[in-house]
Design a protein around this ligand. Sequence first.
Ligand SMILES: Nc1nc2c(c(=O)[nH]1)N[C@H]1C(S)=C(S)[C@@H](COP(=O)(O)OP(=O)(O)OC[C@H]3O[C@@H](n4cnc5c(=O)[nH]c(N)nc54)[C@H](O)[C@@H]3O)O[C@H]1N2
Ligand SMILES: Nc1nc2c(c(=O)[nH]1)N[C@H]1C(S)=C(S)[C@@H](COP(=O)(O)OP(=O)(O)OC[C@H]3O[C@@H](n4cnc5c(=O)[nH]c(N)nc54)[C@H](O)[C@@H]3O)O[C@H]1N2
Ligand SMILES: [Mo]
Length: 808
Amino acid sequence: MTQHWIDIKNANAVLIMGSNAAEHHPISFKWVLKAKDAGAKVIHVDPKFSRTSARSDLHVPLRSGTDIAFLGGMVKYILENDLIQKEYVAEYTNAAFILGDGYTFEDGLFSGFDPATGKYDKTTWAFAKDEKGVPLRDKTLQNPRCVYQLLKKHYDRYNLDRVSSITGVSKENLLIVYETYSATGKPDKAGTMMYALGWTQHSVGCQNIRLGCMIQLLLGNIGVAGGGVNALRGEPNVQGSTDHALLWHILPGYHAVPTTAWPTLTDYLKANTPVTNDPKSLNWWGNRPKYVVSLLKGWFGDNATAENEFGYGLLPKAEPGVDYASMFQFDRMYEGKIKGGMIFGHNPAVSMPNTHKIRAALKNLDWLVVGEVHDTETASFWRNPSEDPKKIKTEVFLLPSCQRGEKDGTTSNSGRWHQWHHKGYEPAGESRSMGWMLVEIGKRVRALYEKEKGAFPEGLLSHTWPKEYNADEMARMINGVFTRDVTIKDKTYKKGDQVPSFPSLQADGSTTSLNWLYCGCYPEAGKNLAKRRDLTQTPMQAKLGLFPSYTWAWPVNRRILYNRASVDPKGNPFNPELPVILWEGGKWIGDIPDGGAPPMAEEKGTYPFIMQSEGHGHLFGPGRVDGPFPEHYEPAETPIAKNPFSSRMNNPCMKVAKSDMDLLAKPADPKYPIVLTTYSLTEHWCGGGDTRNTPYLLEAEPQQYVEMSHELAAEKGIKNGDVVVVESIRGKVEAIAMVTVRIVPFQVEGKTVHLIGMPFCFGWTTPGVGDATNRLTPSVGDPNTTIPEYKACLVNIRKADKVTELSV
Ligand SMILES: Nc1nc2c(c(=O)[nH]1)N[C@H]1C(S)=C(S)[C@@H](COP(=O)(O)OP(=O)(O)OC[C@H]3O[C@@H](n4cnc5c(=O)[nH]c(N)nc54)[C@H](O)[C@@H]3O)O[C@H]1N2
Ligand SMILES: Nc1nc2c(c(=O)[nH]1)N[C@H]1C(S)=C(S)[C@@H](COP(=O)(O)OP(=O)(O)OC[C@H]3O[C@@H](n4cnc5c(=O)[nH]c(N)nc54)[C@H](O)[C@@H]3O)O[C@H]1N2
Ligand SMILES: [Mo]
């Protein structure tokens, strides 16, 4: 989130799109209702009606997978009716930047596409530059090659008729949403966007979010109170685990994972440290060397020296171009290329797409370690009723793990608040925390390497490894310490002192930090700010709902990111009623400003979007792999025969697994005419491994079901409560029919398209509940993130021949 939960109350309009906030993020929804009580309009754009829709002013059903068309139509509406916040757009976004000659867009493809690799060469997406290398700009926005004009041209094709026909949303509904939401383009008005899986779980997931961001930039809604683009994060603790690099492609603090293309630290830093020649651009990522060296120093301690490039050579390197995301790890496992592995707190045999393939892949392992609170479909895959355990070679170890309440630690919430939780009770039985297990496994593997050596022992043995796991000590080291006596701005720090915050981190080995973003969360010995519960506020902060001394937020306790964009170039708040920061007496007050420089118009002033090397918000976004402007493509499986926007049916860069089990239905496949979307339930948690073992939650939602419209039920001769079979080209699932007005048929490209919805929390280890919905879904992913397309695939549905127990 660029904001924090409480700030949602300051919005004049709330667009909830791709999220069921009331059910899955109830705390966020408390603030939505406060905004609504204060007069805000709340809009829910979602294929099905839910508790979120029930409390919104407007629920707009749209066909799953068509958000870019919907939002592209909004961009056209905003530009045609001149509703942008002009000063913000001209000064703070790259609308005025002029593109070089190479950039083109034709028939669904941007310039630089190589059909052989399915990848773009992005060099043609570069801006034209002056002799100093600074992008050329036309702040009148008239130059035909400026971003504003190219944006206008791109979305000119997204007219009401076409958008309505592809999304299945009526023109009246489109206009109401466009008009209501774009009213927040006035300087003193703010709209907020709340999204989650309805946007991310698509082969165009990243571009869904980008288009949301672009609308927010056009309306001047980023950095201001009540604005923002807000990812409602999932699993506790998905925000923290992303920050600390649970994902394969980054190191802690969002640094690219080293690859063999960058054999030395110098190569790595050169490739990953942006430069700017514009003195008004802070270019914060220009500091990357300080953060990477401090991370290496934290990992390797005295074994990290300037001579050995701080141990960079000890890190494993990925192969460039290879995708190690779990969807493709399972693909490699299915091919027999992976021998063993560990799975902690994850139940892929239920939650990964195309679970028949996942389950087949697990059989190829020699050994598997599962860290779990319960037995699951993953730990027990070898005794699935359709398997013969005697024929499965895999040796499975189940490590009993303790539950959240049984351990100390932190979670980072969606608003980036780093919050401590205390252990409530002792772990049951022999269960242990994951921290304990990982430290212990590390110790034992190191002892073996010391004794037996093996391949490349230096990597493991050079690590600073803790003697035992201690969450508070870990938080202290995540913040980082000085490795020698250092004087910064007249203040002397001794070796071993805590680094006060990340501007003090250095690239010379004098500091450690296991994550620069969290540097400042533990600024002095004994001062773990995640434990802070101080409600003190100034009157200005009270008006905003800002509690700066309650816990700690990354970065540097800033609560609203890009807050320098909440003031005009002279430093006057766009909304004087709710200033986030104020320039007063030569300094900023309010929230912690993004960089301490004076207002932009002053000589030493800087641009507000400090994480972009040119300092401007990206309307034109060359950073993504699949295009600088979001474009509508159909999901990998689509019920229509032709994409009316171009002759490209699907995202040309989408990730597709290609094994013999990865079949895809063809466009408008008569065997699979129905769109399936999947979702979580209030009463269960994700794959249900936990909640199916909690009797009262299971009683509340006891078995697999499928929601469908009355019209589809009538067509198929299905009655409410019937047992039905839902079938895709990859598998089938039995479910109870829930015939409901919450789902309606869509009129798409001149025909009726039905959509059905299923939860994904059920699995065969719980008797009588049915098996995984993901038996139906495809191994197709977004090209930037490889997040699977769980939200739109094709199926058919029929009444079961005989009434059965819900079976596997
Ligand atoms: N009680 C409870 N809370 C949870 C969870 C849980 O399992 N149970 N899970 C947690 C986790 S890990 C996560 S990631 C979050 C998930 O939070 P959400 O994203 O809210 O979860 P979902 O139910 O998967 O999807 C949200 C909505 O997206 C809609 N949708 C589907 N396809 C589309 C589309 O193409 N466009 C649009 N606009 N909408 C679409 C669905 O109909 C659904 O209403 O919740 C977290 N909170
Ligand atoms: N069709 C479809 N599939 C989806 C989604 C969807 O919307 N639709 N959503 C996706 C999303 S966003 C997510 S996040 C995934 C979630 O799916 P998974 O990653 O599989 O995670 P969970 O189902 O939340 O939990 C897995 C296991 O963790 C165990 N567990 C709980 N607490 C602890 C602990 O402290 N330690 C250990 N070791 N184990 C613990 C639980 O018992 C549970 O069995 O599913 C994804 N799959
Ligand atoms: Mo999630």
